[in-house]
Design a protein around this ligand. Structure first.
Ligand SMILES: C[S@@+](CC[C@H](N)C(=O)[O-])C[C@H]1O[C@@H](n2cnc3c(N)ncnc32)[C@H](O)[C@@H]1O
Length: 281
């Protein structure tokens, strides 16, 4: 079969996800999407069988990123498996906010709840003077993050730490986190792809979804210096509650940042900002 007719067949089978047809063909044939559109060739029987197997799994609802074992984030490639959350495009707003703030400064960055490592690794790649530490609670998750650090050729520190039980060692100029922020009841009552395929530990923010923001605020005196910078991703309706938590914990200059779809997506703040230590203006 020629690529062109296979493409049409897949698009039909994938319905709402028809845009993924090219991604599947490119992955299996190892040709870029541009290449196979410009120079279509015959698909081998082996390639055809693999493409059809992937399409069948995808049609059953399994996320394509888990089937292919990889995804793109901030223009970089990340390996994913079912231990880690699939990096979301929404989270690029968090990374871009931090990068804009630190640029080429020599800063110590801590990524809390690193998962695939997409946040910390993108910062390390795009801010080469930053010293990036990334933590997560599980060894299996950290293995994926380590593989991604190698794949993207960055040096980062990885630590196993249950942030709800332990205090990470050291002080940091920047704390960045896309923590679990969905209300427990919502996760387990959800009849959707996220709840079915992605690890609940990556989603569960406690009964009100705010448990990790509260914990980060509580840890601030231990892990942040006066004037350290905080950037956290938030759920679409959490800006007010998270602002309140940070305000009560001596954070200042609290800002809510919208993503390109105009959803409130990120909150930034300074810890105990003082006039005399403006490390990150
Ligand atoms: C929403 S996911 C974010 C993953 C990744 N940073 C991203 O943006 O795609 C939250 C992460 O927090 C981790 N996590 C959950 N509970 C934790 C805990 N108690 N201590 C440390 N990390 C935890 C999960 O394993 C998961 O990787």
């Amino acid at each position: 079969m020629v690529v062109g007719s296979l493409r049409a067949k897949l698009r039909k089978e994938l319905g709402d996800n028809e845009h993924e047809a090219d991604w599947i063909i490119a992955h299996v044939t190892k040709m870029s999407q541009e290449e196979f559109i410009k120079n279509p060739r015959d698909i081998t029987e082996e390639e055809y069988n693999e493409i059809m197997e992937i399409t069948a799994r995808r049609s059953m609802g399994e996320p394509l990123q888990y089937i292919l074992g990889e995804t793109e984030f901030m223009g970089l490639t990340f390996k994913v498996d079912d231990n880690v959350l699939i990096p979301r495009q929404d989270t690029e707003t968090l990374v871009e906010t931090v990068i804009k703030k630190i640029k080429d400064k020599n800063v110590r960055v801590l990524d809390i709840g690193t998962g695939s490592g997409c946040v910390g690794i993108s910062i390390a790649k795009l801010c080469p003077n930053a010293e990036v530490t990334m933590l997560d609670y599980s060894e299996a998750v950290l293995d994926v993050a380590e593989e991604n650090a190698k794949l993207n050729d960055v040096n980062v520190n990885l630590i196993k730490c249950d942030i709800l039980e332990e205090i990470p060692e050291g002080k940091f100029d920047v704390i960045v986190s896309n923590p679990p922020y969905i209300e427990t009841d919502t996760i387990f009552s959800l009849d959707n792809i996220v709840a079915r395929y992605e690890p609940p530990e990556a989603l569960d923010g406690g009964f009100d979804g705010l448990m990790f923001y509260q914990r980060i605020a509580e840890l601030a005196p231990e892990i942040m210096d006066d004037n350290s910078f905080l950037a956290v991703e938030i759920g679409y309706n959490q800006a007010e509650a998270v602002t309140e938590i940070l305000d009560e914990a001596e954070f200042s200059a609290i800002k809510v940042i919208e993503d390109p779809c105009e959803n409130e997506r990120v909150i930034t703040a300074k810890y105990k900002s003082s006039l005399f230590s403006d490390l990150i203006p």
